[in-house]
Design a protein around this ligand. Structure first.
Ligand code: ASN
Length: 314
């Protein structure tokens, strides 16, 4: 089916730049970044600069348009997530994070989801020898800091947006994926999110519902992974988990998901010849968290130059 696209007019771009709602949300987002980056540094995470062009990137678990850059014959990809670079970076440091711009050329039907931009930023972190529990605990403490900090430093903006974001209360509830399916049916995310009044972890996602790199649990059916679901319909803001790190297991998981090892040649070579450590990590969508704090109906208000699926914007 042909997808309809929109060329955004210059008037609309300037109106967006001058919109007080956008200005307030962008200021809140700036504070979210400051607080998160300081918190992670205080926890011993070393900040890396983002990788934008890569020979290997996240295959993702949903369809997007492929994007390769022909650099005079050298085939580069645009980064969809830094998952493999995060694992490799642990050869240098024990804990790392990146404020990572990701390009995911989403299909145009995502334009009205309120949650998709085809260029967005996630704070992506990974820690050597960490467990899923360690990462969930870290994020719960981080989210408390972010909400406390923003309430303090963005009083004017929150007042303008007419919101009073509640500081989340850890520990967050854990919901098993298959229990959510039982309660709400296969397409449960929106319904689950609508029923929540606190963020909740969605855990134990079935093997075929996620990428090959999240670690299989000893039960052989679900993964040692997690999403964080925001309340009141705001939906998923984090995905992460423990990782596969052994060459044979990675190949087995690629075969199960139908991922062609040829597309991951650089990564696989390093894993096979040098090894990578066990780890866990996650990434949280900066625009999605800001949208939730600011009570907005679309992530586009959190960026001055939003890349909404299907739109041509400056
Ligand atoms: N950042 C995510 C993770 O750490 C991966 C992703 O963005 N798809 O698992």
């Amino acid at each position: 089916m042909a997808e309809s696209s929109i060329v955004v007019s210059v008037e609309k771009v300037v109106k967006h730049l001058k919109d007080h709602k956008v200005k307030a949300a962008v200021k809140v987002k700036s504070e979210v970044l400051r607080i998160a980056e300081n918190f992670l540094k205080d926890e011993g995470y070393v900040e890396l600069l983002p990788t934008i062009l890569s020979t290997v990137t996240d295959p993702l678990n949903h369809d997007v348009y492929e994007v390769t850059v022909d650099y005079n014959g050298l085939p580069y990809r645009l980064t969809q997530s830094m998952i493999f670079h995060k694992q490799l970076a642990l050869l240098a440091f024990d804990k790392i994070f990146i404020t990572s711009p990701n390009i995911r050329l989403e299909t145009f039907d995502k334009s009205t989801s309120g949650r998709h931009l085809f260029e967005f930023v996630q704070i992506d972190l990974e820690a050597r020898e960490a467990t899923r529990e360690d990462i969930m605990n870290l994020i719960e403490r981080l989210f408390v800091e972010i909400f406390k900090g923003v309430r303090e430093s963005c009083k004017e903006e929150l007042e303008f947006l007419d919101v009073d974001p509640e500081i989340p209360k850890p520990p967050f509830k854990k919901v098993k994926y298959l229990d959510a399916v039982k309660e709400y049916g296969e397409k449960f995310e929106d319904k689950l999110s609508m029923d929540l009044d606190q963020p909740a972890w969605l855990i134990d996602i079935p093997i075929l519902k996620r990428e090959f790199y999240d670690k299989l649990s000893p039960n052989g059916e679900t993964l040692l992974d997690m999403d964080l679901i925001l309340p009141r319909g705001y939906g998923e803001v984090i995905s992460g988990g423990e990782r596969e790190y052994e060459y044979d297991s990675i190949l087995r998981r690629m075969a199960i998901k139908g991922n062609d090892p040829e597309n991951f040649e650089w990564y696989l070579k390093i894993v096979k010849e040098y090894g990578i450590p066990p780890s866990a990590g996650c990434g949280f969508g900066v625009e999605r968290l800001t949208r939730y704090i600011c009570g907005l109906d679309h992530v586009k208000y959190t960026r001055l130059f939003p890349k909404v699926p299907g739109e041509l914007w400056v």
